[in-house]
Design a protein around this ligand. Structure first.
Ligand code: UN1
Length: 487
């Protein structure tokens, strides 16, 4: 594999990281150079050196690279999807969706190259012109998770580049292969040297990046605990920061809901990507009048899901990412039991036959869960969901909002008044009506409230992260005019 044009200073690394298949842990997907302090420095320097000429390249020209990348990625979608499934486990149909989300984002942001709109407004003074424009921020550090190894990098790389920034990209240590391949594709589509640089490693490499004085902006997606560390580092050095962190997303099922539709949404939201989405439906808040039929239907559906290698088109739930995560998920099963929740199905590792050398966990449903229990409050990031009874809409909304996260939520109801109350009163960044908590589209704002984020949004409005507003005043009066004084 050729690293030098993507990972500066990588020709002679002291250490390598290995990417392995979570469905068959003995299968090594690739070896990638572990970036130490000097490699991180080389990447930041390369990005800094490339910045001026990239910033001065007209935005429509910058966007053409992204447009070509969208075309190429669309053409190579199956190859990327297969690599993704092998590297992080999600079933093929979802891996294709992840790649498609990258294609969508590249097309969407390529269009922004001919917009990047500012505003012109009247000046309060005669013969004076006032406007605002978007300016790039500088060198951006983009730190991404493994669960959407192509989509999430595309959410950050595409807007950073179209706005004229250069990039140091650190993918999760579990998914370096997809990241490397994606960076290669972008470079092949015409990015000049140094505009996009990849560094590999775990949190210690991440710390080197976010503490590096040559970085102007950090965009991080990952856990709330790590995000807090990133925020501290950025506060120390005055870096601009966008955080997208955890979720504990709820689906509310009202008494008038189409129950079979609600069960479809709950199964998809809870067990899609083996529950490893920040938007996963990890709480199901169900009106007491439909609690019994909903619970029975859900448990039947969850226990019938086919767990297996994501490359097998028959599999519906792939492995989880690694053994540490498998242990963590199982620990939460024990916590749920100890706290008195009722385990309806799952709750164990699946290791029969060909699944023996992978990290598979059975779809797990807890019922009779109290809103304050740890399994109902903490992000598990696995195929575990819990059913919480509610007595009324008010009670359901209170439970839904009663967590520290605020990413996504959903309500199933046929009543327009209830739907509008939920849209108004659910305090998450994303609210779905009669659809699950997952499935955000790239051109709408993506992000959340409270411990989920720090007020920024990706997707639609992401340019607010990757640009600085600059106000421009042009006085063509030929005289001294004093704002606020010469009225
Ligand atoms: C994530 O879980 O980190 O809305 C991102 C969704 C996907 C993106 C999820 N489009 O579930």
């Amino acid at each position: 594999m050729d690293f030098e044009n993507i990972t500066p200073g990588a020709s002679t690394p002291a250490n390598w990281i290995e990417s392995r298949n979570p469905a068959h842990w003995t299968e090594v997907i690739g070896r990638f150079p572990l970036s130490d302090a000097s490699a991180v420095d080389a990447a930041v320097c390369a990005a800094r050196a490339a910045y001026d000429s990239w910033r001065l390249t007209p935005a429509p020209r910058r966007a053409e690279v992204l447009y070509r990348a969208a075309e190429r990625l669309s053409r190579d979608k199956e190859e990327f999807a297969q690599l993704m499934t092998r590297e992080m486990g999600k079933v093929l149909i979802e891996a294709r969706g992840d790649v498609q989300e990258g294609v969508d984002m590249l097309y969407f942001i390529a269009g922004e190259g001919r917009r990047l709109c500012g505003e012109t407004v009247p000046s309060e003074l005669m013969s004076k012109f006032a406007m605002s424009v978007r300016a790039p921020v500088g060198v951006c550090a983009l730190v991404t998770p493994w669960n959407f190894p192509l989509a999430i990098p595309s959410w950050k790389i595409a807007p950073a580049l179209v706005a004229g920034n250069t990039v140091v990209f650190k993918p999760a240590e579990d998914t370096p292969a997809v990241a490397h391949r994606f960076a290669q594709l972008l470079i092949d589509c015409g990015l000049p040297p140094g505009v996009l640089n990849v560094v590999h490693g775990d949190g210690s490499t991440g710390a080197l990046i976010v503490n590096h004085p040559g970085i102007d902006l950090v965009s991080f997606t990952g856990s709330t605990d790590v995000g807090r560390l990133v925020a501290h580092a950025c506060a120390e050095s005055n870096k601009r920061l966008s955080l997208e962190m955890g979720g504990k997303n709820a689906i509310i099922v009202m008494e008038d809901a189409d129950l079979s539709l609600a069960v479809d949404g709950a199964v998809w939201g809870a067990f899609g990507t083996s529950g490893q989405r920040c938007t996963a439906a990890s709480r199901l808040i169900v009106h007491e009048s439909v609690y019994k039929p909903f619970t029975d239907m859900l448990a039947a559906r969850a226990s019938a899901l086919r767990v297996g290698d994501g490359l097998d088109e028959d599999s519906q739930v792939g492995p989880v990412i690694n053994s540490a995560q498998l242990d963590r998920i199982h620990d939460y099963t024990q916590i749920g039991l100890a706290d008195g929740a009722k385990l309806l199905c799952g709750g164990e590792r699946v290791s029969k036959g060909s699944l023996a050398d992978g990290w598979f966990y059975s779809p797990t449903v807890f019922a009779d869960v109290a809103p304050g229990m740890r399994i109902a409050q903490e992000e598990i990031f696995g195929p575990t969901t819990c059913i919480i009874p509610a007595t009324s809409l008010d009670n359901a909304l209170e439970i839904a909002n009663g967590v520290r996260y605020g990413l996504s939520s959903a309500i199933y109801t046929q009543n327009v008044n209830i739907a509008f109350r939920a849209m108004r009163d659910l305090s998450t960044g994303i609210v779905y009506v009669n659809a699950s908590t997952i499935g955000a589209e790239v051109h709408l704002p993506f992000g959340g409230t409270r411990a989920t984020g720090n007020g920024h949004r990706e997707g639609g409005h992401v340019l607010d992260v990757f640009t600085e507003w600059k106000s421009l005043y042009i006085d063509f009066s030929g005289t001294l005019q004093r704002a606020q004084i010469d009225a």
